[in-house]
Design a protein around this ligand. Structure first.
Ligand code: BDR
Ligand code: CA
Length: 317
């Protein structure tokens, strides 16, 4: 990887979004050129407030934040998941408001402007529902031919979902948007449940945040107990699954992953399979609904301890 991978992060912070954002900001190999916000773990307004607060904590007032969609493309917002991320989206620590302002443009326009200002140089990282990226693609149909790559946390290709038996949460929150984005004309990497459910940060791991100096780690130490409480109660997991940070781990250390490359469609029907990410498994499938779609790099296995230590190593810097 070169020393200056420029990334734009679209996010719904969110406890694991905070981990991923801080991980990226702690990585000299990455340059975060902006944050865009979307509904998902909380309403968009609160996700925007949290994005600004996180940049305050990280001491990065130079990074712009643009607010995006407050509802999916073709349905109502399914609503906040306070039982996962807290009423404030940040583990109920209720941070003070930021004094910073958001950019005076919609996130979709911000994505377009950022990409077109640096054609083939910007990597887009999607950590929430894909609505803003889909809107940008609808507004500018040739946009993704100018995008370096898109790395998404979302989907479940060969495994079951977490928001329904079929669907992962970011996809179920806007299946129509996800189906548009998986049709992008640029390389796409999918860090979905196929791989993130293999990465468990144990409670012993999480306790390490409390020993790392600095405000980023202090915030993570304060918020992760809420998240691990959800996993304990719902999934009987000792610790947390590492979802959003896996996009950053992939960018820093793709050699820690294996993958398969297949085109993807998303079930946008209104059956029990709504939001399922369906890879084309047979050559003949590519003549059907998957026709003309580029293969998506679907991460399927990982050196889990390797990526966990990578994250702690970077966050300790
Ligand atoms: C995804 O859903 C959200 O709750 C998390 O922040 C993550 O982006 C995991 O399914
Ligand atoms: Ca997220």
């Amino acid at each position: 990887m070169t020393s200056s991978t420029r990334i734009l992060i679209d996010t719904d912070p969110g406890i694991d979004d905070a981990m991923a954002i801080f991980f990226a900001l702690a990585s000299p190999e990455l340059e975060v050129v902006g944050l865009t916000t979307v509904f998902g773990n909380a309403h968009t307004d609160l996700c925007t407030i949290n994005a600004l607060r996180l940049l305050d904590i990280a001491g990065r007032p130079d990074i712009p934040v643009a607010q995006g969609a407050s509802r999916p493309l073709a349905m109502n917002y399914r609503g906040p998941v306070a039982f996962v991320h807290g009423e404030d989206g940040q583990g109920d620590v209720f941070l003070p408001p930021s004094t910073r302002q958001v950019e005076p443009v919609h996130a979709a326009q911000f994505i377009i402007d950022t990409v077109m200002a640096a054609p083939e140089d910007i990597t887009i990282v999607l950590l929430g529902p894909f609505t803003n990226m889909a809107l940008a693609m609808l507004m500018r149909p040739d946009l993704t031919s100018f995008v370096k790559q898109i790395v998404v946390m979302g989907g479940a290709a060969f495994t079951s979902g977490n928001a329904s038996p079929a669907a992962e949460a970011n996809i179920l929150n806007d299946p129509e948007a996800a189906d548009i984005v998986f049709g992008a004309d640029c390389p796409i990497v999918m860090a979905g449940l196929d791989v993130t459910h293999s990465i468990t940060m144990t409670n012993d791991d999480l306790a390490r945040f409390g020993k790392i100096p600095g405000p980023r780690a202090a915030h993570l130490a304060a918020i992760v107990p809420y998240y691990s409480g959800f996993y304990r109660d719902r999934n009987h997991v000792d610790g947390i699954y590492v979802h959003d940070s896996t996009t950053i781990s992939y960018l820093l250390a793709p050699h820690l992953f294996t993958w398969t490359e297949l085109p993807i469609r998303v079930d946008t029907g209104h059956s029990v399979c709504r939001g399922k990410t369906l890879p084309a498994l047979h050559d003949s499938d590519e003549e059907g609904p998957w026709q003309g779609r580029r293969p998506v790099r679907i991460l399927t296995s990982v050196d889990a301890r390797g990526v966990i230590e990578l994250e702690f190593d970077h966050l300790s810097r």
